[in-house]
Design a protein around this ligand. Sequence first.
Ligand code: HEC
Ligand code: HEC
Ligand code: HEC
Ligand code: HEC
Ligand code: HEC
Length: 396
Amino acid sequence: MHSLWLLVVLSLSLYAAEAVKVGDKFKDSSKCKACHSHIVKQWEESWHSKSHYDNDEYFRKTIDYVARKSNGKSLNTIKIECASCHNPRISVTSTSSEYDAIAALNLDKDTAASKALRSNTISEGINCVVCHNIDQIHDNLPDSKRGIHRVTWMKSGTMSGPYDDAKSPYHNVVARDFMDTNPNQLCFVCHANDTSEEGHRFTNMQSEFVNSSKACVDCHMGSRKSGVAATLRDVNGNAKKRLIREHGFEGAHSESMWQGALKVDARKSGANLAVTLSNPQPHPLPSGFGSREIIIDAQYYSGGKALKTESLSLTSHFLNKRGKPTIPHLADKTVQNISIPALGSKTFTLPMVAGADQVSVVVSYRLVNDEVREMLELKEAIWSKKMVIKKLNLKL
Ligand code: HEC
Ligand code: HEC
Ligand code: HEC
Ligand code: HEC
Ligand code: HEC
């Protein structure tokens, strides 16, 4: 057993070469509060802060499901694969089959991999020192290398930011283009594409993105407004005025972001109701990620009395190698992709109900479709909540 142990330790220490340890002074957001408390508060509300096995039910149950269905890969090996984007400050970036053999016997508690996964350096998910400790982004690498595999880190304690004249008594600062003039490059480190265990690319936001005058940060961090980057006061008692953005990274989990996210038009078309969804955003909606869903509900009325509701679910379905329905991360293929392309539109038809003189159309969004929600047994209300995009009434 001892020689096997040595092998594991050796192979893990080789793989851990890319990771840079985050010093205790910087590793969690509480260390930034004294001077950036407003930013820390906004970030705490974001889903970047929930990107960890313990804090996002959908993420956790997907990992458990993948580990259950995959041959020979341990739960920790899957966690480490996902960590490359979800927890990129992890100190171990891959495992070996020897590790999986040991994990299967439950003898892996003291290995570097198990310790890395338990470390509080990663428990905050995508925190300040994920984005602000990046030195370089290597866009010359193959496009499958994402997250931790696409960046090099700075020395712990140096923060990259948008300003080239900042000074801080707590940390060093450097300016980087990806924090200022070229921010999409930072977002695309992770929000580019993802591939299933079967090698199927089930989402590809970067290739579907249409360059427009707006960058990701303009919509998901708001426009630049005047404020302060740090609340620390100088000798005259003033904090430096700056142009800053919000750190809430609002997205698919916020109903307010969905209101008006698509334009909706409905009209009679022979024996059907035609509903056209137009997407003014520079990326598809849903993003194609996971099993997001858009739902069209058409409630028909006659003389003010409700007759019947017709519904249409717009979502992708995924099949495994044996042709059975599965979740995106185990998919061999996508059977239906209904997302509305960037700056494009699609028209869908619903049956008309006889005798109706009016219809009310509600277009809404759901984070996880019925199929995947049931497979993963997701319990929290947020996954099935219908978030309204647009409502309209039409006389027939
Ligand atoms: C290439 C980077 C990358 C890798 C690797 C990756 N993810 Fe993700 N994941 C993302 C991004 C980016 C999002 C947010 C996308 C969105 O909301 O449309 C995300 C979102 C998710 C979500 C949706 C979470 C929610 O709250 O709605 C789940 C579930 C998920 N990932 C599971 C996994 C699992 C399991 C693995 C490992 C098998 C994994 N991911 C590996 C980048 C990645
Ligand atoms: C997902 C990446 C990401 C994360 C996580 C993140 N930031 Fe930022 N941050 C940015 C970007 C991008 C900018 C540049 C915004 C702009 O265009 O001005 C920025 C700007 C800043 C600035 C300059 C002032 C401002 O608001 O524009 C400070 C200070 C800062 N961040 C601190 C933090 C702290 C503290 C945390 C953790 C609580 C954090 N950031 C988490 C991406 C991130
Ligand atoms: C003792 C106060 C203090 C603490 C604690 C502190 N900072 Fe700062 N930080 C500053 C000051 C002051 C500035 C410069 C602000 C300016 O010039 O407008 C700054 C600037 C920044 C910038 C922008 C740098 C640039 O060049 O654009 C980032 C990013 C940043 N801090 C991140 C962090 C993070 C992450 C933490 C926690 C790990 C942290 N800071 C902790 C005081 C602090
Ligand atoms: C280190 C990888 C990484 C980087 C860099 C990154 N993200 Fe994310 N982002 C993720 C992951 C993973 C999730 C999903 C987290 C979850 O739901 O648990 C996510 C979620 C999001 C969401 C969805 C939030 C929601 O409520 O649905 C938005 C919006 C977002 N990111 C915007 C950005 C923007 C803008 C940038 C660039 C400034 C950026 N991200 C940079 C990994 C990253
Ligand atoms: C013109 C504004 C705009 C720009 C630019 C933009 N987005 Fe979005 N994005 C939206 C809107 C609106 C939604 C739908 C509501 C929501 O989820 O926030 C959305 C949704 C998302 C989602 C959730 C999608 C889903 O179905 O799971 C992610 C993740 C995201 N955007 C990331 C990005 C990234 C990364 C970029 C840059 C490459 C970007 N966005 C650029 C407006 C924008």
